[in-house]
Ligand binder design. Structure first.
Ligand SMILES: [Zn+2]
Length: 158
């Protein structure tokens, strides 16, 4: 900062508002004075703030004011777009989590089902044994023979 600027800053520090407190430097964000700093009441924003007001920066030329206003509008627009993108991102993440949970549950369930079906003993019993008068009866002797063979083989392997 040039010495001239520093001197101005030092002078600004001494300025008091009508309340007798050190006035506060703030930037204006109105379209006609975008970014132009002013001194205001220390209690700015409170009910008992005084009406003290003094510009710090000189008035800008119309071209500069227009350019800054345009940049501010663009910034606001971009901030809105970022917020929208974040909302979409959050939704996509939520859907992804739900999908993943369902996928894992489905995988778990279908895995269990496959394991059940892979047991030849159970499969054979289900398809070749019928209940007749409360008794389990094999459909035919060949089926019983094959089933016994498979059961024996499984018993040997394990
Ligand atoms: Zn004041």
């Amino acid at each position: 900062m040039p010495p001239e600027g520093k001197e101005i800053e030092a002078e600004m520090d001494k300025v008091q508002c009508h309340c007798g407190r050190r006035a506060y430097i703030r930037p204006s964000w109105r379209d006609n004075n975008p970014g132009r700093r002013f001194l205001g009441c220390a209690k700015h924003g409170h009910m008992d703030a005084c009406s003290f007001f003094m510009w710090v920066d000189p008035l800008m030329c119309a071209r500069s004011r227009e350019a800054i206003s345009g940049l501010l509008r663009r910034t606001t627009q971009l901030e809105k777009e970022i917020q929208l993108c974040k909302q979409i991102e959050n939704k996509v993440m939520a859907y992804a989590v739900v999908f993943l949970v369902f996928f894992l549950l489905w995988n778990l369930f279908s895995g269990k089902k496959k394991k059940e079906e892979s047991s030849l003993f159970q499969r054979g019993s289900r398809t070749h044994i019928r209940r007749r008068h409360g008794e389990e009866v094999w459909i035919n002797d060949k089926a019983k023979e094959v089933h016994d063979k498979i059961t024996k083989k499984i018993a040997e392997q394990s």
